[in-house]
Design a protein around this ligand. Structure first.
Ligand code: SDX
Length: 432
């Protein structure tokens, strides 16, 4: 539609301006407010960026009303049924599904770069044994530029690609080492004969004194979870990576900033918080008490794993994960897992409660994911680390998209200042 615009009229001055409206492939059109301040002298105000588009992107599309999630145009449900984590990673990075040779080459590059510099091992020794693995991840990933400074020229596309591969490849090794350190077991080197997820399971759970065989059911479940968590447009941690990248920080520092943002229980930390919440609720009789707490404005408790800034219906990932959880537990002879039963009942009751219905609060990706990680033997404090491994693909894909864009500007939001008016300094004897 040519020259589509909205017209703003300032009631204070009667001044009128036309602001261009830009349409995308899917989703709401956007109003380009670039000339708003210059022509009308106003900023816009949108705390939490609820209706603010921070960038143009071709990577992931979400329709929160319809519960749609597309990776480069492909519906998540189709990718979950037919694709793999590394194939989806290639798609997110390069925009197209790979041919066989390209997938094999990409997989080989990732799986063969899973080792990290031996010097990094000494980092772990500096942490207390009870350090949260996410704290270790932030520290170790943030240090990677000190070891891989040969891929930190952010203006060199080849460097950007090498750094992206290194991050995707080494996150599982760094994560597994943070777990091994916390339980006092020796680190396990990657085995390049295994798949990406098989390697991670072996680095997490094998010990030098015993044989270890990767369970294909667990390997597939983990691969699917990683695919579902790979990207999610401009969520808090991805936006953090973009903001860090806009200052031209190196990619390792940008991903470390993403890990810090993901850790919060309002974001990726929710998967750990859901398990702890289910354990605290304990049994079905306690559900009403906790739902009342979640609805009580004076109580900071929220129903973890419920609600979403964008989804106002089921998070499509939660639907898939719930099914996978059911099948996995059945497969493992644990279909009576009391926490899974409790989660199902909690979901059923909440979804029939007016408070949740009126606010369109549905289970999100984190509501069931922890139950799968738990079934795979992954400890609760490693759940968000799992999320970080998967989301590294989205973080580096979005960072590469931003760094290869012709127009790059540092992210620097403004504010609505409501502090003290300008005033003169008071000598100490004059202060009240
Ligand atoms: C992830 O953004 C992404 O894409 C994130 C993510 C990704 O893949 O990157 O999808 C991953 O982070 C999923 C979300 C995981 N977080 C949780 O499960 C934590 C619990 N959820 C809430 O904290 C909350 O729902 C958020 C943070 C997810 C969304 O917060 P919003 O969009 O700012 O919504 P809000 O706080 O304005 O809530 C609207 C209303 C409020 O009530 P009223 O003031 O209107 O009366 O809903 C209420 C809230 O109090 N509400 C909840 C609730 N979530 C919202 N009440 C109880 N329990 C909840 N979980």
């Amino acid at each position: 539609m040519e020259n589509r615009h909205v017209t703003l009229i300032d009631s204070a001055t009667g001044k009128k301006i036309d602001l261009p409206v830009l349409s995308g492939t899917h989703g709401p059109a956007v109003i380009d407010i670039g000339k708003l301040y210059k022509e009308l002298g106003y900023f816009t105000y949108d705390p939490g960026f609820v209706v603010t588009a921070s960038c143009e992107s071709e990577i992931t599309f979400i329709d929160g009303e319809k519960g749609i999630l597309l990776y480069r145009g492909y519906p998540l449900e189709q990718l979950a049924a037919k694709s793999s984590f590394l194939e989806a990673a290639y798609l997110l990075l390069y925009g197209e599904l790979p041919k066989q040779a390209a997938l094999e080459d990409f997989t080989q590059k990732i799986v063969h770069h899973t080792m990290f510099h031996e010097g990094i091992k000494s980092f772990y020794r500096g942490f207390r044994h009870d350090a949260h693995p996410m704290a270790i991840m932030v520290g170790v990933v943030g240090s990677l530029s000190a070891f891989y400074h040969d891929s930190t020229d952010i203006h060199n596309p080849r460097h950007r690609e090498i750094a992206a591969y290194r991050l995707i490849a080494k996150m599982p090794t760094i994560a597994a080492a943070s777990y091994k350190y916390s339980i006092g077991q020796p680190f396990v080197y990657p085995d390049n004969r295994l798949s990406y997820c098989g390697n991670l399971l072996r680095m997490l759970f094998s010990v030098p004194s015993d044989d270890y065989a990767v369970d294909p059911v667990a390997e597939r479940a983990l691969d699917l979870l990683f695919l579902l968590h790979a990207d999610h447009e401009q969520n808090a941690s991805t936006s953090t990576v973009r903001v860090a990248g806009s200052s031209q920080a190196n990619p390792f520092a940008c991903v470390a900033s993403g890990i810090t943002a993901l850790w919060g229980p309002a974001h990726g930390g929710a998967s750990e918080a859901v398990l702890r919440m289910l354990m605290e609720i304990g049994d079905l009789q306690q559900i009403p008490k906790f739902l009342d707490k979640a609805k009580d404005k004076n109580d900071s408790f929220r129903l973890m794993g419920f609600g979403h800034r964008v989804y106002k219906t089921y998070d499509p990932r939660a639907v898939i994960i719930r099914e996978v959880t059911h099948k996995l537990l059945k497969n493992m002879g644990r279909s009576e897992d009391p926490l899974f039963e409790l989660a199902l009942k909690l979901e059923e009751i909440a979804l029939n409660d007016d408070y949740f219905i009126e606010r369109h609060l549905y289970p999100n990706v984190d509501f069931y994911s922890g139950l799968i990680y738990r079934a795979l033997g992954i400890p609760v404090n490693m759940f968000t680390v799992m999320f970080a491994i998967a989301r590294t693909v989205g973080w580096v894909a979005q960072w590469m998209e931003m760094m290869s864009a012709p127009q790059q500007r540092i992210a620097r939001p403004r504010q609505h200042y409501i502090g003290p008016a300008q005033r003169e300094y008071l000598e100490i004897g004059e202060r009240k």
